[in-house]
Design a protein around this ligand. Structure first.
Ligand SMILES: Cc1cc2nc3c(=O)[nH]c(=O)nc-3n(C[C@H](O)[C@H](O)[C@H](O)COP(=O)(O)OP(=O)(O)OC[C@H]3O[C@@H](n4cnc5c(N)ncnc54)[C@H](O)[C@@H]3O)c2cc1C
Length: 356
């Protein structure tokens, strides 16, 4: 992948500075950071439960690194503040920097919320599987579904032990407040070993028909997925969020990368934020870069095909995705494409960011 021409200065770099209003020690190796959202950018920072922000963390060596953190606050309760929960990663740079250095009053650059790990309807019954810091997007989903939805919510939450479990007090309070609609099953590895298929099968059969969301270590999510598939849960009803560090720099929104050989241009018709946009699309460049370079506020985060923040729906024509580390076969069959990796295969392409 090579870096190509510079875009005009009008390129839509969507990063904004947010001020830290509070830092709370959550467990011995995790903090919750609260950011205030000023009124003038409140619209850009609206979010759905389960979405994440991308944070710019200073680094003496590289200037900065970019990392994604799921919002653990709920858009239905915590109106003008955003909360993230960051757990130290052994040997990791950004998580340790945040846990050691972040303090109230600090300004942090971040990209607006994005991602598609979010229930289509808060009225659906939800079966949630979280492991360790994977609780963050799940907590947002739980609070939102209980406050703004009408379905039943069940959580299986695995941790090493009680003291390392993030948001345990909050979850116990929620369980007391919603005894009819919220079921909490805690699992401590020090007492019971790693979660096994027997206990997960049991959860899945007791909550048949629920939409499944899982976030945690990869082997844990794999086991959830295997158990759900064995119980005939459809692939579309299983959603997983992978926590990984970004390799690239999504804050560098001002370049148009060249992903393929230059072979003329196609025409793109794009539905974005209720607008119908027509742009000429160089066949070598990803759709996202073309939109950003022309000043359109298209959603994105990683820009490396790994996070799904830029997902759009193909309505007509065809595109190739140079990299895809996140959409599964069913998503692609449903027409989902990653705009940061999409280059045109046909002369005319119609996509929508609005109707997913
Ligand atoms: C959508 C999304 C949501 C997320 N939400 C959360 C969240 O809510 N809470 C949370 O805590 N995390 C979350 N993450 C994970 C987060 O973005 C970071 O990946 C995490 O904090 C680790 O970053 P780090 O900089 O501390 O570690 P890194 O420096 O990226 O290191 C990660 C690992 O790689 C190893 N490593 C680093 N450099 C090298 C090297 N040169 N050679 C070999 N090994 C190396 C480290 O030892 C470490 O084990 C999320 C990720 C995504 C994609």
């Amino acid at each position: 992948m090579s870096v190509g021409e510079e875009a005009p200065p009008s390129a839509a770099v969507r990063a904004r500075p947010l001020v830290v209003s509070a830092v709370r020690q959550e467990t011995v190796d995790a903090v919750t950071v609260t950011f205030e959202v000023p009124d003038d950018i409140a619209n850009d920072f609206k979010y759905f439960p389960g979405q994440f922000v991308t944070v710019k963390v200073p680094s003496d060596q590289t200037g900065h690194v970019s990392r994604c953190y799921s919002l653990c606050s709920s858009p239905h309760i915590d109106d003008y503040s955003l909360e993230i929960g960051v757990k130290r990663t052994d040997g990791g740079y950004a998580s340790n920097w945040i846990c050691d250095n972040i303090e109230p009053g600090m300004e942090v650059m971040m990209l607006p919320p994005s991602g598609n790990f979010t229930p289509k309807s808060l009225d659906a019954d939800l079966l949630l599987f979280a492991g360790g810091s994977g609780i963050t997007p799940i907590l947002s989903i739980i609070k939102s579904a209980l406050i703004a939805g009408g379905g039943e919510v069940a959580l299986f939450y695995a941790n090493r032990d009680k003291v390392s479990a993030m948001y345990r007090d909050q979850l116990c309070l929620i369980a007391d407040g919603f005894p009819e609609r919220f079921a909490l099953v805690e699992w401590f590895e020090n007492d019971c070993g790693l979660p096994n298929s027997e206990v997960l099968d049991d959860m899945i059969s007791r909550h048949a028909g629920s939409e499944i969301f899982t976030c945690g270590p990869a082997p844990f999510m794999d086991l959830v997925e295997t158990c759900a598939s064995n119980s005939d849960v459809s692939r579309q009803a299983i959603h997983r969020e992978v926590f990984q560090s970004l390799a690239g720099d999504p804050f560098d929104g001002a370049t148009v990368r060249r992903l393929a050989a230059d072979e003329g241009t196609a025409m793109a018709t794009v539905y974005l934020d209720g607008e119908c946009i027509k742009v000429s699309w160089p066949r070598s460049a990803p759709l996202l870069d073309v939109l950003l370079s022309k000043g359109y506020n298209a959603p994105y985060s990683c820009r490396e095909g790994a996070c799904s923040a830029c997902v759009c729906k193909l309505i007509e024509g065809d595109v190739d995705m140079v990299e895809n580390h996140v959409l599964i076969e069913d998503d692609v069959t449903d027409g989902e494409r990653l705009a940061c990796q999409a280059i045109p295969l046909t002369d005319s392409v119609i996509v929508s960011f609005d109707d997913l």
